[in-house]
Write a protein that binds this ligand. Structure first.
Ligand SMILES: Nc1ncnc2c1ncn2[C@@H]1O[C@H](COP(=O)(O)OP(=O)(O)OP(=O)(O)O)[C@@H](O)[C@H]1O
Ligand SMILES: N[C@@H](CCO)C(=O)O
Length: 315
């Protein structure tokens, strides 16, 4: 029997929590914004097939795909537990553009590891799986950060905590909000977008960062939308990354004039996210971004809300 797992797109950083905060999103029109991985048993050796709208952006050799590495590390972990295993064939439906800021590699990693855990009868706990997901993401982006894999796996708004047993805790999000996600259609590598950041920050920036994050989290717990939105500011990455994103500053100004509550870079970009609590306003913002932010035919704009489910089995 074939098992199929879907893993959703996510907003890394959510402006205030560089590497520490992430939120899963789902389009309100019901489309699947994320990757799907199917798994079944096979003979001889492990296999990976690839399909989907963004398959041409992946490495040609399946062995260079992060999903193949997921199979290898998962089976190695099974061996270390003394558990025998059979060979598997995975099929990756690559629905997410690579280097998009939507957690594209995280979607593949999470869908693959959840599918493997399901196929092999759940040998690993949620925390063990999340640790493996972080390890895989670090291999791709060059640094360990969970702000895409954790929300993609667990759903909702997730805050990374410095505790290996837990790794991530869910924070109450704003279920009334719409997140307009505009992928401009260009590729921004996470590694490159990390290299433009300074090694050190000054005291005023450190204080502003701490205040924004703490105030935002407090507002989430009190469901105080105005306070949350007035502090949704990125003082660490956005000042250095906005130059990599053609049209970002102009569009930011444009959506503010349309009444957006806040906006920012999703992960390392180029996707921009815009927050509003009004559906009609979300539609206006969607049209504006379609007309002004897209740089290539590969771009798209979705109106999303928080995805509270995370990775899940699909038919
Ligand atoms: N299944 C996969 N999905 C995405 N990228 C993959 C996959 N397998 C291998 N790669 C490679 O990993 C790298 C991913 O780069 P990067 O981390 O910048 O992208 P990303 O994860 O798509 O970014 P983002 O999190 O901003 O969406 C690319 O070089 C890509 O070829
Ligand atoms: N927190 C990571 C997310 C990458 O998508 C970064 O901003 O580099």
């Amino acid at each position: 029997m074939t098992i199929k797992v879907f893993a959703p797109a996510s907003i890394g950083n959510v402006s205030v929590g560089f590497d520490l905060l992430g939120m899963a999103v789902q389009p309100v029109n019901g489309e699947l914004l994320g990757d799907v991985v199917a798994i079944e048993g096979c003979d001889g050796s492990n296999q990976l097939a690839m399909e989907g709208p963004f398959v041409d952006k992946l490495p040609n050799d399946p062995k260079d795909n992060i999903v193949f590495t997921c199979i290898e590390i998962f089976q190695q972990a099974l061996s270390e537990k003394g558990q025998e295993f059979d060979w598997v064939k995975l099929t990756l439906e690559k629905r997410m553009p690579v280097g998009s800021g939507l957690g594209s590699s995280a979607c593949s990693i999470v869908a693959a590891l959840v599918a493997l855990n399901q196929y092999y009868q759940k040998p690993f706990s949620e925390a063990q799986l999340l640790a493996m997901m972080g390890q895989m993401e670090a291999q791709i982006s060059g640094s360990l950060h969970y702000d895409n894999v954790a929300p993609c796996f667990l759903g909702g708004l997730q805050l990374m905590v410095n505790d290996k047993q837990i790794i991530s805790r869910e924070i109450p999000s704003f279920s009334q909000c719409y997140f307009v996600m505009a992928y401009s259609g260009i590729n921004v590598s996470t590694k490159a977008a990390r290299e433009v950041l300074p090694e050190q920050y000054d005291k005023a920036t450190a204080i502003a960062f701490g205040q924004n994050l703490a105030t935002f989290i407090d507002a989430c717990y009190r469901q105080d939308l105005p306070q949350a939105m007035s502090h949704l500011k990125d003082v660490l990455a956005e000042p250095y990354r906005s130059g990599l994103l053609p049209g970002f500053d102009v569009c930011r100004q444009g959506v503010a004039e349309l009444g957006a509550l806040a906006s920012g870079i999703s992960g390392s970009g180029p996707t921009m996210f815009v927050v509003t609590d009004d559906k009609e306003n979300a539609e206006q913002i969607q049209t504006f971004l379609q007309e002004n932010y897209l740089q290539s035919p590969a771009g798209f704009v979705y109106i999303c809300q928080t995805d509270v489910h995370g990775a899940r089995l699909v038919c």
